[in-house]
Write a protein that binds this ligand. Structure first.
Ligand code: CP
Ligand code: NVA
Length: 298
């Protein structure tokens, strides 16, 4: 049976720990894994722009000895030029895995359903599992553990927030989510992840209190550009700035999946502070995704 990675919820805590152990080994000794995907081809079907996900997957596949094909918006034209089902069945005859970045989450699910090869969710409107896994790996690397760590996610209850919710619930991270009213996380994700409703509020000050890690993401995600101005107004009290972080632990870590909009969800002084680990976090996308590929393909 082929395995997919559509949501962190697809993985057990033990499988996640296994991916993290492998990612650490790969990070320490890149050359030992140089032939692991020899002769294998992976395609990236991306309906949205990307810096980190595209580059880290392309470089990662190449470092593992495989071949990567980027299929940007307008090339496959998923669901328009032909059905998602026909795309999945065709590509299964050529490739060994697909990484998909879509608008509709159902498109990733359909690709997985009709493919004979592993499908990895490279971000959909509902979730961003590769991001969530790399984030938790980074926290573990920096703080030495995950259980009991206090993580505050401040901002939009979006795809990145959802993946953190699944991952934190599985690994015992004490996650608090603070969003403006009506921008709370998806109810199905709350139910499915077993995330406690008492850890979701509309109060950023309360959420960051004695936090070890503060995390934020853009206020308007890809596809929501027309709401950006309205959201800037609604989210203004949710900016991560000097005043808000003063309530966290002194040595708190600042995280952001990037791209960041400085002066919106985060002030430049926090983004550039010694507490900020955003580029270590971005680097770990590479190591963790290489481990994910080997976990699914080996
Ligand atoms: N964090 C992240 O997924 O970045 P990109 O959108 O640049 O891939
Ligand atoms: N929530 C953001 C994440 C970007 C990596 C978006 O979907 O645009």
């Amino acid at each position: 049976m082929k395995k997919d990675l559509i949501s962190i919820n697809d993985l057990s805590a033990k499988e996640i720990e296994g991916i993290f152990d492998l990612a650490s080994k790969i990070k320490k000794n890149k050359s030992a894994y140089a032939n692991k995907l020899k002769g294998k081809s992976v395609a990236l079907i991306f309906q949205k722009p990307s810096n980190r996900t595209r580059v880290s997957f392309e470089v990662g596949v190449w470092q593992l000895g495989g071949n990567c094909i980027y299929l940007g918006p307008g090339e496959i034209n998923l669901g328009v030029r032909e059905t998602v089902e026909d795309v999945a069945k065709t590509l299964s005859r050529y490739l060994d895995a697909i990484v998909a970045r879509t608008f509709k989450h159902s498109d990733v699910l359909d690709l997985a359903k009709y493919s004979k090869i592993p499908v990895i969710n490279g971000l959909s409107d509902l979730s961003h599992p590769c991001q969530g896994l790399a984030d938790l790996f980074t926290i573990k690397e920096k703080l030495g553990k995950l259980k009991g760590i206090k993580l505050a996610y401040i901002g939009d209850g979006n795809n990145v927030c959802h993946s953190l919710m699944y991952g934190c619930a599985k690994l015992g991270v004490d996650l608090k989510v603070a969003t403006p009213k009506d921008y709370e996380p998806n109810k199905k994700v709350v139910r499915e992840s077993g995330f406690s409703l008492k850890n979701i509020s509309n109060n950023p000050n309360e959420a960051v209190e004695s936090a070890d890690v503060i995390y934020t993401d853009v206020w308007a995600s890809m596809g929501e550009e027309s709401e950006a101005e309205e959201r800037r107004r609604i989210f203004k009290d949710f900016q991560i700035n000097g005043k808000l972080v003063s309530k966290a632990r002194k040595n708190y870590l600042f995280m952001h999946c990037l791209p960041a909009h400085r002066g919106e969800e985060v002030s430049s002084d926090v983004m550039d502070s010694k507490n900020s680990i955003v580029f270590d976090q971005a680097e770990n996308r590479l190591h963790v995704q290489k481990a994910i590929l080997l976990f699914l393909l080996a």
